[in-house]
Design a protein around this ligand. Structure first.
Ligand SMILES: Nc1ncnc2c1ncn2[C@@H]1O[C@H](COP(=O)(O)OP(=O)(O)O)[C@@H](O)[C@H]1O
Ligand SMILES: [Mg+2]
Length: 310
């Protein structure tokens, strides 16, 4: 079998915010530490984490659209070469597209049609957009409207349409389907799947593990700003094939596994425990877990836990 080429390789990514407190003392808020994600050609990788775990920041870090006080560390390789800010700006909207979490990313002053077509007026672009709109049950008249004239659900479908317009090599979809009906969610997901099947890399960012398991090839489990596990989707068939206690907890919380939730909450950046961020909620937590935890290969995946068994 031919090894598929790696499109995106994120190694030990960190994102922190510099903040100035009273008296001009600077504090760094380390929101993301040690984040690792690899996406091959034709692969759909889901990054699954609860709200506030840093998922949108990950998307914005890849695209080079972090807020001014956000500092990026670690390495992002795109096609084997470092993805510098300059390269991000050149590729963004062409080879690399974002389906943002917020509809606020739409330009309020530009009509929908020209906005999605990026001003292109040729018959082929018009025809393609017409087809996409038909697939998403958007009337063609919508192209003549402004974002404020559309419902939330319509704007969301407009955002997804933007990604379908070009021939992206890397799609980053940040919680692309909230507020959509189940049927529409399935359709959107199957379109992302098609993009992957045609060779693109797709990063699906979601808090919904069930949704991820339906379409993705691999799952990166994300907890409090850190990747704790990289697993094949099939590893989620059984609890035993998973590696990290947080992934196992997510598995047990699935409806088919009885909605068993664990106690406690994800720690906030300012009161992050030393070492393993999941430690305080884990039965195996001990002194060693408060130190450095390597991200290691295990059974065809990866895990950041000292106790994960072979
Ligand atoms: N500009 C910012 N300055 C400081 N903290 C921020 C900023 N943007 C986001 N954060 C913090 O980073 C964390 C992760 O945010 P986000 O990536 O939006 O999470 P998610 O998308 O997983 O819900 C949150 O705790 C949020 O408060
Ligand atoms: Mg988000």
């Amino acid at each position: 079998m031919v090894e598929k080429k790696i499109i995106l390789d994120i190694q030990n990514l960190s994102i922190s915010f510099q903040q100035y407190d009273k008296g001009f003392a600077r504090t760094d808020l380390d929101v993301i530490r040690d984040l690792n994600v690899t996406i091959h050609e034709g692969e759909m990788v889901a990054v699954v984490g609860s709200s506030g775990s840093g998922k949108s920041l990950l998307a914005h870090g890849i695209l080079g659209i972090l807020p001014y006080n956000g500092v990026l560390g670690g390495t992002i390789l795109y096609d084997g070469e470092e993805l510098t800010q300059k390269r991000k700006e050149a590729l963004r909207g062409n080879e690399i597209v974002l389906v943002p979490q917020s509809v606020a990313f739409l330009d309020p002053l530009m009509k929908i049609g020209p906005q999605i077509r990026k001003g292109k007026k040729d018959p082929a672009s018009r025809e393609k957009l017409n087809q996409i709109f038909e697939g998403y049950h958007l009337k063609q008249e919508v192209q003549e409207l402004y974002p404020f004239e559309l419902s939330g659900g319509m704007n969301r479908r407009v955002l997804v349409s933007t990604a379908m317009m070009g021939n992206p090599r890397l799609v980053i979809a940040d919680e692309p389907t909230p507020g959509l009906h189940m049927k529409m969610v399935r359709r959107v997901m199957s379109h992302f799947r098609e993009l992957a099947d045609q060779g693109a890399g797709v990063l699906l960012i979601t808090h919904d593990l069930e949704q991820a398991l339906e379409v993705a090839d691999r799952v990166g489990v994300f907890y409090a700003g850190t990747t704790v596990e990289d697993a094949d989707v099939r590893d989620f068939d059984k609890e035993e094939t998973l590696r990290h206690p947080y992934s196992k907890a997510l598995w047990r919380a699935l409806p088919q596994n009885g909605f068993q939730f664990i106690g406690g909450t994800q720690p906030y950046v300012k009161d992050m425990p030393k070492g393993c961020p999941f430690g305080p909620r884990c039965d195996k937590y001990c002194e060693k877990c408060k130190g450095e935890i390597p991200y290691r290969k295990l059974r065809g995946g990866k895990v950041r836990c000292l106790y994960a068994e072979p």
